[in-house]
Design a protein around this ligand. Structure first.
Ligand code: EPU
Length: 353
């Protein structure tokens, strides 16, 4: 279909465009490599009153079996522009750029601030949406601004970090202003000749007893290894990596809820794990709650299972439907709620349901 000036494809299976690999087809799909193609795609969707879904790396998505009855816009704007800022190194990166390639590039230039976010699947444009975080770093610490197409005001707009409303796995893009902005480019301010961030217990342990101070590259390689051991690195031949990463958020509890959790744990002779990285944000480990609600790693329901390497990931064991993934999600939520009185909130984005 070329009459719109867009290279529109019809009835495109979405499962292969996601890391979890479930769900049906997109009615229309367009891949935009230029800002003007993004604008044309928005116009096309609006003229036909089609719902618009913006797709990045597909690493945090659960697509419904019925697919997406509208237009899927794959943002494929590439490119990195790097320059020296005042006391920082500035990188303007296209939203479609592979995230881990950008991390590799920044580490090779000896710029710190995102090395702990190595090995996270997906694209640059997805990182501000859910304020991606791991091993003590969060994207909100290094994002300076976001360039986005504003569908409400029909123009391209720069947004400063402070306007993005960053919180744990949250921003305006997935909460108050959901659906309004299409992220085109993200500007990061990194730290030249930085000392790597080793606050997280897994990393401290990895480097304990080492003779020299680890470099940014050492940390990057360590993180990739730690993630791979947890099935959280997309690895050909590792069936546990066919997932959407963490399927649940670590719940943030109020004081009274936490006291109640400890009371219930004591009744079962259990101790709630308490790590500085979790405690700092008053978070409780969702993986621990799952494993202490009668589920084991590898627990299977149809063609969906809990990862054999990490209790927080739900894995497509091959040919699973979205309905099977959701049935396992519901079972886990129900059991955790029954036993601990805590409702786990899913982390991925559900589309087409
Ligand atoms: N744990 C278990 N069982 C498991 C795994 C972990 O009981 O199978 C408990 C342990 O007590 C462990 C603690 O959970 O020490 C924390 O586990 P982990 O370090 O693996 O981190 P997480 O809290 O489960 C979060 C992020 C991950 C991120 C890691 C590392 C969320 C929802 N998840 O997981 O992010 O990579 O920390 O920083 O915040 C993602 O968002 O998709 C993601 C993978």
């Amino acid at each position: 279909m070329q009459s719109t000036g867009l290279a529109l494809q019809q009835d495109v299976p979405l499962a292969p465009l996601t890391t979890l690999g479930v769900g049906g087809c997109a009615q229309f799909l367009v891949r935009a490599e230029q800002v003007r193609e993004v604008e044309a795609a928005v116009r096309f969707a609006e003229s036909r009153q089609l719902p618009l879904l913006v797709l990045g790396g597909g690493s945090n998505l659960v697509v419904a079996d019925r697919g997406w009855p509208g237009l899927v816009l794959q943002v494929a704007l590439e490119g990195i522009c790097h320059y020296h800022g005042q006391g920082s190194e500035v990188f303007e990166v296209g939203a479609g750029m592979n995230w881990d390639c950008f991390v590799a590039e920044s580490v090779s230039l000896d710029c710190g601030g995102i090395e702990c976010l190595s090995g996270i699947p997906g694209s640059v444009g997805g990182t501000p949406v859910q304020n991606v975080g791991a091993y003590g770093q969060e994207i909100s610490q290094t994002v300076a601004s976001v360039l986005a197409f504003d569908r409400r005001d029909n123009c391209v707009k720069p947004l400063k970090a402070a306007e993005c409303g960053f919180a744990y796995r949250q921003s305006i893009f997935n909460s108050s202003q959901m659906g309004r902005y299409i992220i085109l480019r993200v500007t990061y301010e990194l730290f030249p000749a930085a000392r790597p961030d080793l606050r997280y217990v897994d990393l401290e342990r990895y480097f304990a007893g080492g003779e020299r101070r680890p470099t940014l590259l050492d940390v990057r390689m360590a993180i990739r290894e730690i993630r791979a051991a947890k099935g959280m690195l997309i690895t050909a031949g590792d069936p546990d990596s066919r997932s959407a990463g963490s399927f649940f958020k670590n719940p943030i509890l109020a004081e009274a809820q936490y006291v109640e959790l400890e009371r219930r744990a004591a009744e079962s002779n259990l101790q709630v794990p308490n790590y500085p990285a979790l405690a700092r944000q008053k978070k409780v480990s969702a993986a621990w709650l799952v494993e202490n609600s009668g589920f084991t790693k590898g627990y299977r329901r149809g063609r969906a299972s809990i990862s054999t390497k990490h209790a927080l990931a739900i894995v497509n064991r091959g040919g699973a439907t979205a309905a099977e993934i959701l049935a396992l999600r519901d079972e886990i939520q129900l059991r955790v709620n029954e036993i601990w009185g805590i409702r786990l909130e899913p982390e991925p984005v559900f589309v087409g349901f």
